[in-house]
Design a protein around this ligand. Sequence first.
Ligand code: AMP
Length: 190
Amino acid sequence: MRLVFLGPPGSGKGTQAARLKEHLNVPHISTGDLLRAEVAAGTELGLKAKEVMARGDLVSDDILLGMLESRLGQPDVASGFILDGYPRNLAQAAALGELLNKIGQPLDVAVQMAVGTDLLVERIAGRAKAEGREDDTPEAVRKRLQVYEDSTAPVIGFYGKQDKLARVDGVGSMDEVFDRIVKAIGEYAS
Ligand code: AMP
C-alpha cells in the first residue's frame, strides 16, 4: 500500500506512521528524518538545510524532490511505502504525483490527522522536553504551525479532489487513533 500522512506538527503522524509500518510491512519514509540524518552527517545538503529547519521553515522543493526520488528508487519500496512529512505544499504534491506515475506506483490514499491547535502546542511542548529537537523552540514551533496553515493545509484539498483523502480524528489514545487509521485506509487498499 502506498500512502502519505498529512497533519500539522504534533498531530502524531510520525508516531502512527512508525506503527503502521509494522502493520503494513512497508518502509516508513520520513523526510524530516532523512534531512536530520543529512544534518547529522554534515553533508553539503545537510549544511544547506540546517538553518532553514532550525527556524521552522521549509527546505527547498528541489532538495526534497532529489532526496525523495533517490529514496523511492530503492528496492524496498516495491511493496509500498508510508510517506511522512511530504508533500508539504501544492508544488510538492504535484511533483510526487508525477514521480509516482513515472515509476508506475500511484498513491492509494492520503491520511489526514486532524488535531486542534491547543493540543498540538501541548504535545510539542512535551516532545521538546523529551527529545530536545532544535526546531521545538516556541518561536520555531509557531513558525512551523504557520507554515502548515499557509502551505501544507491546501494539500488536503488536492487529495480530496482526487477522492484519495481519509480524514482521521487524531485525538485519543495511541491505540484508538491507530485503530481509526487502519479502518479508514482499509477502503483504499490496492
Ligand atoms: P518533520 O520532522 O516532518 O517535522 O520535519 C522537520 C523539518 O524538516 C521541517 O520543519 C522542515 O524544515 C524540513 N522538512 C521536512 N519535510 C519537508 C518537506 N517535505 N519540504 C520542506 N521541508 C521539509
